[in-house]
Design a protein around this ligand. Sequence first.
Ligand code: FES
Ligand code: FES
Length: 165
Amino acid sequence: MNGDTRLRCVINGEAFDREIDPRLLLVEMIRDLLDLKGTRIGCHTGDCGACTLRLGGAVVKSCMILALSAEGQSITTIEGIDDLTAIQAAFVAENGFQCGFCTTGMVLTAAELLRSNPDPSEAEIRRGLNGNLCRCTGYDGIIAAIRRAAEGMAALTGVSITPDA
Ligand code: FES
Ligand code: FES
């Protein structure tokens, strides 16, 4: 389209090199151009976290970012994550979801939290999730799932973790 701008980045390990509308939001590019529907849109205002994905070294809300901001960077969506077995299994075991709409954002945020803090307390988990809203679960199952995932990962890696008080 006339006025389009070239974007080069890496998405889930694959090179992306295409002319795009410079007004396109990152979440729209991911969902509409690439058909990666695991990244959700709940609000479009940066409040719910359903659109969370990893851009470069951080998790971001992709409804608040122009797609062109990804120039030269690496993007990972839920479809591109292959090391989440412990987190996903923990969400299932602890009933960490009901409708599932928030779950991909929760899982990506949990993965980032556990990467930076492998043994988070309940308070740290609640703080880490403060940008991700769930309208169904009441959060208890989600928090239990992240604790269970931390314990599962510690068992795999031999890291000693602190039991919650
Ligand atoms: Fe992006 Fe809600 S859709 S924060
Ligand atoms: Fe429905 Fe979280 S499980 S919004």
